[in-house]
Design a protein around this ligand. Structure first.
Ligand code: GRF
Length: 208
């Protein structure tokens, strides 16, 4: 059984996608042992509680010193003893200590085809605005391991999504979620749980 910890900041539709796959039986041998949010009012926390999953908030606002927040975050993560940490819209730069401790055990979903439209400051609706401004015909989503850069870790899965002529950032965001993110994230977890993923430096090998 792969014990996963999901870290969130917002609505948690990606968390829901994982929960749905566990519920319908297509994601076996995986258990969500906890959810951590940095926002007290994140709807993702409610989603977790509905499934009886331990859901807590660790907010920067409660810690005057950043290092204290970092240490509390690490302490709470460790308390769940996760085999895999899933960043599903977690808008906090992880402490280096945590990344080192959980090397190749943290994955993130990013709403573009990395290495396009990623890196510092490139998150949320901004990504889709930039895709439209650049006039791209295709975009997508990427699941990657987290290293100490921003969106620079080994890529696990990617899926392309068509950009439509009439798209707004909002309609594009919705299509990327529906056609890519909600499929890719549970699928990546399934592959990792099944031992189908090998990491070779910057590259991954999916053994299917
Ligand atoms: C998603 O677009 C994800 O790619 C990004 O943050 C968003 C989270 O959405 N990292 P949700 O909270 O899962 O609905």
């Amino acid at each position: 059984m792969l014990k996963i910890l999901v870290m969130v900041s917002g609505g948690g539709t990606n968390l829901q996608a994982i929960l749905d796959r566990i519920t319908d039986g297509s994601l076996n041998d995986v258990q969500i042992v906890g959810v951590i949010s940095n926002k007290k009012d994140a709807y993702a926390l409610e989603r977790a509680k509905k499934y009886g999953i331990s859901a807590i908030c660790v907010s920067k606002k409660d810690f005057p010193v950043k290092e204290e927040f970092n240490q509390e975050l690490i302490k709470q993560v460790d308390a769940f003893s996760p085999d895999l940490i899933v960043l599903a819209g977690f808008l906090v730069i992880l402490p280096k200590e945590l990344i080192t401790k959980y090397e190749n055990k943290i994955i993130n979903i990013h709403p573009s085809l990395i290495p396009s439209f990623c890196g510092a400051g490139c998150y949320g609706l901004k990504v889709h605005e930039m895709v439209l401004e650049r006039g791209c015909k295709v975009t997508g989503a990427t699941v990657h391991f987290v290293d100490d850069g921003t969106d620079t870790g080994p890529i696990l899965l990617q899926k392309a999504v068509q950009v439509h002529q009439m798209d707004t950032p909002e309609t594009l965001q919705k299509r990327v979620m529906e056609e890519a993110e909600w499929i890719l994230l549970p699928e990546t977890i399934r592959l990792i749980a099944a031992g189908k993923v090998k990491v070779n430096g910057k590259q991954t090998e999916i053994m299917e």
